[in-house]
Design a protein. Structure first.
Length: 204
């Protein structure tokens, strides 16, 4: 059985406000505190490798985890944020009247970000990467530090949830979701565990 911990990056100044996309947005002060808490929590776990999207906010979230485990961060391009194309850097308030934005949020299986990715492409790269880890390390335990929508769409695949409904899956900043995959049979052991809601106990 392979364990896969899907960790969303910690807080940054665009969270809840707009689409940071693939910009080099760093963690803010709260995010750095969250990342350190994640590091202390993972120090108790048996982990084979720590993987991260190449963007600064995921690398900064992964650093305390890797440090506490005595591991080196492995950068994995398939974990990168959705390419939002022309929407990158836009505030949500600016996008509310854009019919393409409304279509994107109403039918992710059919829509594509302007000049960017569709969710089928995001799901294919995320699930492909996870399945390769399982094939290469069937008894391993891997931490994958990534982004909200890519984690959601990967969880949707393993839960059998249609892409158009994947926004029903909450993936908060600094949250931990856990997959256990035995052969090709997945189980979701934890979904959106956070320190704030008490579903993950902090380690002092």
């Amino acid at each position: 059985m392979t364990l896969v911990y899907l960790v969303r990056h910690a807080d940054h100044d665009f969270v809840g406000r707009g689409l940071a996309g693939r910009m080099g947005t760093p963690l803010n002060e709260d995010g750095r505190v969250q990342a350190e808490r994640l590091g202390r929590w993972f120090a108790r776990e048996r982990v084979s490798a720590v993987w991260s999207s190449p963007l600064p906010r995921t690398q900064q979230t992964a650093q305390p985890i890797a440090r506490e485990l005595g591991l080196t961060i492995r950068t994995a391009d398939p974990l990168v944020e959705v390419d939002f194309g022309a929407w990158t850097g836009r505030d949500f308030a600016e996008l509310q009247d854009d019919p393409d934005w409304r279509h994107w949020n109403g039918a992710r299986s059919l829509a594509r970000a302007p000049g960017g990715e569709c969710m089928a492409e995001v799901q294919a790269r995320m699930v492909g990467f996870i399945n390769r880890l399982v094939a290469d390390d069937p008894e391993g335990s891997h931490v994958l530090v990534g982004h909200g929508d890519p984690i959601r769409v990967a969880l949707a695949y393993y839960l059998g949830v249609p892409t158009d409904l994947f926004l029903r899956i909450e993936v908060s900043p600094a949250s931990i979701s856990v997959l256990a995959i035995d052969g090709w049979t997945p189980r979701v052991l934890r979904l959106n565990g956070t320190f704030d809601d008490g579903s993950i106990a902090p380690v002092s």
